[in-house]
Design a protein around this ligand. Sequence first.
Ligand SMILES: *Cc1c(COP(=O)(O)O)cnc(C)c1O
Length: 321
Amino acid sequence: MPADPLVTMGEGDTPLVPAPRLSELTGADVWLKLEGANPTGSFKDRGMTVAVSAAIAEGAEAIVCASTGNTAASAAAYAARAGLRGAVIVPEGKIATGKLAQALMHGARVIALRGNFDEALALVRELARRHPIALVNSVNDFRIEGQKTGAFEVCDEFGEAPDVLCIPVGNAGNVTSWWKGFQEYGEAPRLHGYQAEGAAPLVQGAPVESPETVASAIRIGNPARWEDAMNAFTSSRGEVRAVSDAEILDAYSLLGAREGVFCEPASAASVAGLLKYGAEGRVVCVLTGHGLKDPQTAMNRAGSVVPCEPDIGSVEEAVLG
Ligand SMILES: *Cc1c(COP(=O)(O)O)cnc(C)c1O
């Protein structure tokens, strides 16, 4: 029997690095899992390698997804590699520049929907029902299987689970995956999930019709993995809470300037939540995507460059002044 097809680019095995400044600030032993080090710059690749490999095994000719950006970038890359057609549906004007550039460069058909993510997801579900197209959103169980490997890696590295895992929550597939991974490993850390205040359906206990936040990757009002995620928070004796955009951006800047780690705004929600609500013991914050994904937010936030004439006096003044 031929082996199952495998479409892979070396996902996972991402760095797990100590965070000395955050440890000092919180009194906990804080570590950062740098998921931006995956092939397309987010954890979505862990699930996409499995979902696209399975799509090929099932004879799909094309893959489709709705996306706030990173699923689109990842799906487009793996479709290109597999020789499949890829189509991604994103909310018009709402996706970060880097992610859009990726999806387009990988040759996917990028469709800008005049609607939000939740509407896009409902439409691609219907599309996949009608046509032989594989749906690679996190409603796809293969995605969950792939993404659980993050939990395996952390447990392998520490020899046990951390006390607390802090993680941003959007469509809630990733927290579902990490919990599945920990359980299969025989571990049960507390899961602390964080949503953006303007897109916090799990915190409020009801869908949010028009979700709004600077953290575009978690701008989702009706998570597909709602029940799985709530089960994970309850079973782990964890919690799901909200952080404001200002708190997210403060954590984003702190990570860049004091820990040397550039992540995207949604990823910083894990650290914003840790700083706001606290945690004890060994804590891992999942930094879900790379900062280069969203250069616009960085440039709006960062200091300005220093103009300089090409003579030594001016350079001295510019560097030392
Ligand atoms: C997809 C994504 C999330 C949210 O993950 P869910 O599985 O939708 O909860 C968080 N951060 C980044 C960078 C993402 O791409």
